[in-house]
Design a protein. Sequence first.
Lengths: 320, 317
Amino acid sequence: MSGSVPQPAESAVPSPVDPVAPVAPLDRTGGYLGATGAAAVAAAGRATPTRWRLLLRRPTFYVGAGILLFWVVCAVFGYMFAPYNPLAQQLLLNNTAPSAAHWFGTDPLGRDLLSRVITGARDILIITPLATILATILGTALGLAMGYIGGAFDAVVGRIVEAFLAIPFVIVAFMFVVAIGHSLVGITIIIGLVFTPLIARTVRAAVQVERSMDYVPAARLLGENSGRVMFAEILPNVLPAVLVEFTVRLGYAVFALATLSFLGFGIAPPTPDWGADIQANYIGLPAGYWWQTLFPALAIATLVTAVILIADSVEQVLAS
Amino acid sequence: MATFLLKRLGLMVLTLWLLTVLVFFAGQVLPGDPARATLGNLAAPSAVQALDHQLGVDRPLLTRYLSWFGGLLHGDLGKSYSYQTAVEPFIRAALINSVKLAVLAFVIVVPLGIFGGVIAALYAGRATDRTISVTGLSLSTVPEFVSGIVLIVIFGVELKWLPVTASAGQGASALQQFRHLILPAIPLVFVLFGYIARMARAGTIDVLNSDYTRTAVLKGLPRRTVIRRHVLRNSLLPTITVIATQTGYLIGGLIVVETLFNYQGLGNLIYKAALAHDFPMLEAGVLIIGIVYVVATLIADVLLTLLNPRLRLGGSQ
């Protein structure tokens, strides 16, 4: 994504809008960044290549990128350097506490938890970026259409989006998973679809800010059709907002997938997966087998935090 | 004002109706035969067919929707496939449990979130602000079961300060119930803190940059007075909205926490109903959550309008 540097709009004067989002009073922000935050990023963040270099001055970005890189290495090469086979059961060594031989201990089936935590990075790092890309593409297209066409179309789609958002997304997701089944492709599509309305709403708000700027009527007077105005004129200017939304949603995609796995609707056992391992092992908590759930839990927490640190840096840079 | 209220109410009714459509048809995409799920794999096909007929699931989809919707209008939530009795008592009991947990989480998180947000705004851009903002954002994206597990390990297993299950059992005193609910409430507090702090921060920064705050500072009022009398009063309006939108999450997004801590709330009820293909239970539960969300949003809108005359006179949305 970092390769897609949005061009500054030819005709757009740098917006006087304050970078710290003035919050629209009746705005229902379901997402973290929220519609108004995104609009502020879109208005203030005419990102230039110089601006991207600011990212490299942020310590939070380095920490986030470092942790993320660590998990990417685990996802790609984990099966090579994991000390044990993550699927190998040693029933005589079940539920052993962390030791020199098994740094993170073993699970009820005697599988090495360190190996399972390392290799568990793979599926989550394949599914979540793909799902977020899908949601971003669909949501951006829908948001552009809602914000630009407006009128009855916006009102009708807006109502449906609103009704959808009234149901907690975990419930929507697990109903779909039960229907489609939990293959990797199925889960990717479901998370992508569930996040689409959220991104659409953010993009819609950003588009409405853009629509009031002079370059939009100018383009129309030049005879450009709606599609061109939306995708060639407005889209480049809302890309910063889309990018921030993408990084934040990536964090929530990890959240969503881990939650689905924990509920038993995610990645199916015996494939190593942090959420599924926690689900399988948390019954052992009262018995004192804390390592079986704590280490996968910390893995999820560090991955999520890494993505959020990157998202926050990108947002700060674009809004500065 | 009256037209505004009527318009809002009309939109709410529309959203609620759309919600019944979504909930009903989403329930229908779940595969598997309810009678088969109820009777088990060994039941004779004729028995399955007979139960399907008795439950009415062999009728056309639209007929089923209309009879379900008609029942809803009379306050009839339907009959559970699994228990063969009305859904309503189950929903009611679960809702009460969920509300207890949600209220506790709210009581903790609202003051905490507002305080964090205001502090972050007063130190905007500095280390304090970045720490609060980034911590809040991270906490809100860490799944509840992850923070829940860490809390259980520390306070339940190692220190043994607090019980690790949420239900105190029958006839437990209010204090005992409270003790059992502390650990489950904290993951919810974590998730919500970031949202509320963020809105409070944005609202406060907005007011700090306003002309009247500058006037108050320039006329020589002490900083504390300016913040207390001029900033806080106006900055917390947007926070009301975010608190309302999170009510839906609090009532319904509890699936994970309720499963982890084995608590008989609405989330747990929906989860089990989905596993058992008990559509009426599932639909009623999801619908209740949706209604709570929509109504909470409406109340927030009305409250905001009452508190801010500028919105009443146009300009909103």
